[in-house]
Write a protein that binds this ligand. Structure first.
Ligand code: ZN
Ligand code: ZN
Length: 250
């Protein structure tokens, strides 16, 4: 099915409930994926105590995030229909380049935004909510202040306006974005320890990489890779899984 052709014919009031359902599905799949990771890796590779109960506050903010993400999807749809966002159709070798631009571009933009949040009063008023959870759980990926959601969503829409990417690259990026988010808040480390020494793999943002940021707010502001943290001197390696840590000195 040609999704873009379908979206071209979609009425505004048909689009809104469709985007709400799509964002709800993404939320459920992301949280579900986090729990699958906990079920598979929880016994041997946990970074924290897994299966913590979900509070009313977490559910409330996840619901706000769902509504705001739906609004951002709708804003992107409007910008596309008005011609401000151009999406390339079909397939070409440039798909790979487009994916790399979106992946590394968003990683850099979010690094700068996240670093700025931490070094201004916004940290206390806006980002402190996400940092109420030093041992993040799957739902915490969506436990963000509404202003942060608008900030991250605004960066994404700005990049879409500036860079006309292939549709396939946009879809692939969106899937990878959710996978990294779910991974970073799963509380377990599926990446083998040897990856930390492999040439390309060591730059991937592991679960421990973001977990470390929840434990120590001076490091690891990136999301998908450790490239920008290494470049700007804010990188710290993630913790070992609990089962691999040396026993504490008495
Ligand atoms: Zn932070
Ligand atoms: Zn987080």
């Amino acid at each position: 099915m040609d999704l873009l052709a379908y979206f071209k014919t979609l009425g505004w009031w048909e689009a809104l409930p469709l985007f709400l359902a799509e964002n709800l599905l993404v939320l459920l799949l992301a949280v579900g994926f986090g729990y699958v990771l906990q079920a598979v890796f929880g016994r041997r590779r946990s970074l924290a105590s897994v299966y913590q109960p979900v509070s009313g506050q977490q559910l409330r903010y996840a619901a706000y995030t769902l509504l705001l993400n739906t609004g951002i999807t709708f804003a992107g749809f409007w910008l596309w229909r008005q011609g401000f966002i151009v999406i390339r159709e079909g397939a070409s070798a440039r798909l790979v380049l487009d994916f790399a631009v979106l992946f590394l571009g968003m990683d850099l933009l979010m690094y700068v935004f996240h670093y700025a949040i931490h070094h201004t009063p916004l940290h206390r008023w806006v980002h402190g909510l996400h940092h109420e959870y030093p041992e993040p759980q799957p739902l915490d990926l969506f436990v963000l202040h509404p202003l942060e959601i608008l900030g991250f969503g605004g960066l994404w829409l700005a990049l879409m306006v500036l860079y006309p990417a292939y549709f396939g690259a946009i879809l692939a990026y969106l899937v990878v974005n959710v996978l990294f988010g779910a991974l970073g808040h799963s509380g377990v480390e599926p990446f083998p320890a040897a990856w930390a020494r492999r040439p390309v793999l060591k730059y991937l943002g592991s679960s421990g990489f973001h977990f470390q940021h929840h434990q120590d707010e001076r490091h690891n502001f990136g999301f998908y890779t450790s490239l920008w943290d290494r470049l700007f001197g804010t990188f710290a390696p993630g913790p070992l899984p609990q089962a691999h840590r040396p026993p504490a000195n008495k």
